[in-house]
Design a protein around this ligand. Structure first.
Ligand code: SF4
Length: 238
């Protein structure tokens, strides 16, 4: 099956979730940890039935589904089918997205409880993290954020910090352009990356990442730092 449901207590904060990784993505982030999910796939009806069966099998243990990828909004019709199933079972629904598909966001936003959006670089500088990216990334991401805010769905924005691709100023810069409920800076891990040369890049020190998040001058009410050493730390919560 192309979509392999994975049981997780980490992907929806405070909830047990079944994570559905939908293959296909329109970016090629150098640090991508899911390079096996980048190729676009078509889904046979029986594959979707297998996902529904997995939801049924885990229904006593889960509170939510997380629709992830890849970039799930490349398959809005599949996303809608998962949403319909989750609604039927009274499950919460979280969507992970790269923010580049505001039309897709608009089609599903009213059914969502939580959106996690990757803000990968300053909005005009996506060339820093991927050789493939839309030139109007700023417009697309800003529109996606606007739609989510207008619909009052919880929005977490998050950035993976790779020391050779981003600087502290880049993080300060990109955070000044976004409006969300929570911002998370994630430590880059150098295992299994789309660009294999990143295997030689040292993972950033959590103390350096802490210095970056503490320097952020932002109205975002909740700031987190995720590292292998200290897990998910709340740095600020209003
Ligand atoms: S990390 Fe980048 S390339 Fe990988 S799935 Fe996410 S958006 Fe796509």
């Amino acid at each position: 099956m192309n979509i392999q449901p994975t049981y997780s207590s980490l992907d929806y904060p405070g909830k047990m979730a079944l994570v559905l990784f939908i293959p296909g993505c329109d970016l090629r982030c150098k640090y991508c940890h899911n390079p096996q999910l980048l190729k676009n796939e078509k889904f046979a009806p029986w594959e979707l039935e297998e996902v529904f069966d997995a939801v049924d099998e885990n229904i006593d243990f889960i509170d939510a589904i997380v629709i992830s990828g890849g970039e799930p909004l490349l398959h809005v019709d599949v996303v809608k089918k998962f949403i319909k199933k989750a609604k039927k079972e009274n499950l919460l629904i979280k969507l992970d997205t790269n923010g580049l598909h505001p039309d897709g966001v608009e089609k599903v936003i009213k059914s969502l409880d939580y959106v996690a959006m990757d803000i990968k670089a300053p909005l005009d500088e996506y060339y820093k993290i991927s050789d493939v990216y839309p030139k109007n990334a700023r417009q697309l991401i800003t529109r996606s954020i606007d739609i989510i805010r207008q619909n009052k769905v919880f929005l977490e924005c998050r950035t993976t910090y790779v020391p050779t691709l981003l600087t502290k100023d880049d993080v300060v810069n990109l955070v000044s352009d976004i409006d969300c409920d929570m911002y998370t800076l994630q430590q880059f891990r150098n295992r299994l990356t789309f660009d294999s040369s990143l295997a030689n890049v040292t993972e950033p020190n959590p103390e350096d990442l802490l210095e970056i998040v503490q320097s952020l001058d932002t109205q975002i009410p909740e700031i987190h730092l995720k590292s292998n050493q200290f897990g998910n730390q709340t740095i600020k919560k209003q």
